[in-house]
Design a protein around this ligand. Structure first.
Ligand SMILES: Cc1cc2nc3c(=O)[nH]c(=O)nc-3n(C[C@H](O)[C@H](O)[C@H](O)COP(=O)(O)OP(=O)(O)OC[C@H]3O[C@@H](n4cnc5c(N)ncnc54)[C@H](O)[C@@H]3O)c2cc1C
Ligand code: FES
Length: 263
């Protein structure tokens, strides 16, 4: 079930250059939200920008009725969102979309994140910990200062393997290269979950296929309505000869890794 409501900001803080965490009071959304789902957020206080922006649910505190978002300033909408302060309302529509499926056993899983992809994956890691599932988390970022949530993820009992593009922390190179090297040593995961930039997810899908493991990826397409009406967010799924167009906002954003046809 989704809700359209004005949520009061309980906290907004910059946790790194151009990266913000926003906490909102929205008990109905907090109760209904599942990892991988997102909200359509009205970023400004007027109708400019007209379209809401999709932002993943980063965490929920069901006891206090709070929802947390983690976002990177990408353009006008997200820049306007940074100007909102504690006590101000933000119009939210959600939770929306189909999220990650939780494992059926307590067998180990892998989580592969690139950049802002950690936003929905952190919520997943919180829920996995509640269900007693441990994860190996391959956390990729441009530089050490952008390896967000490392301490919190370790605190949940998961193992973190960082990778940075500039080599300032952990593995020097792409998180997918680090993950492929790890898979060559041991690929015994019940599930592989991923989120990040398109190129990273495409490579991750190849690795998942190569090792014959189950995987789910959360896609990021530009969205208009967020509720299945405008068709601006379609992606290709299936295989050659039986291609289907699916709406990322309603049939995703999470898809089985093997179903996505990469452009
Ligand atoms: C399901 C979903 C969940 C998302 N979750 C998060 C999140 O948790 N945190 C976060 O920081 N961002 C998230 N995004 C991306 C976020 O929606 C965009 O960064 C935001 O809409 C940009 O709006 P803007 O007005 O600031 O920038 P705009 O001026 O609209 O665009 C600025 C730049 O960002 C690019 N861009 C816009 N939308 C997207 C998109 N969907 N994917 C990739 N590039 C885009 C544009 O091409 C342009 O280059 C998510 C996107 C989707 C589809
Ligand atoms: S954003 Fe409108 S159909 Fe998906």
């Amino acid at each position: 079930m989704s809700f359209l409501l004005d949520a009061e900001i309980t906290k907004q803080e910059m946790i790194g250059p151009g990266h913000y965490r926003l906490n909102l009071l929205a008990p109905d959304i907090a109760a209904a939200a599942r990892p991988g789902q997102f909200l359509q957020v009205r970023c400004g206080s007027t109708l400019d920008p007209f379209l809401r922006r999709p932002i993943s649910i980063n965490a929920v505190d069901r006891e206090n009725g709070e929802v947390a978002l983690f976002y990177r300033v990408a353009g006008r909408g997200t820049a306007l969102l940074t100007q909102k302060a504690q006590g101000e309302p933000v119009s939210l529509l959600g939770p929306l979309g189909r999220g990650f499926s939780l494992p059926k056993s307590q067998a180990r899983v892998a989580v592969v994140s690139g950049g802002i992809g950690i936003a929905p994956l952190y919520f997943l890691l919180l829920e996995l910990a509640v269900f007693g599932v441990s994860a190996d988390v391959f956390l990729g970022a441009a530089t050490a200062g952008q390896l967000f949530f490392t301490k919190e993820i370790k605190g949940l009992g998961h193992r973190v393997e960082p990778a940075t593009d500039d080599g300032s922390a952990g593995y020097h190179g792409l998180v997918t290269d680090l993950f492929a090297e790890n898979m060559a040593r041991s690929s015994e995961y019940a599930m592989i979950y991923g989120c990040g930039p398109g190129g990273m997810q495409r490579r991750l899908a190849e690795i998942i296929k190569e090792f014959g493991v189950s995987g789910e990826l959360s896609l990021e397409e530009r969205m208009g309505c967020g509720v299945g009406a405008c068709l601006s967010c379609v992606c290709k799924t299936g295989s050659e000869g039986s291609i289907q167009y699916r709406r990322v906002c309603t049939e995703g954003p999470v898809f089985p890794a093997g179903e996505v046809v990469w452009a």
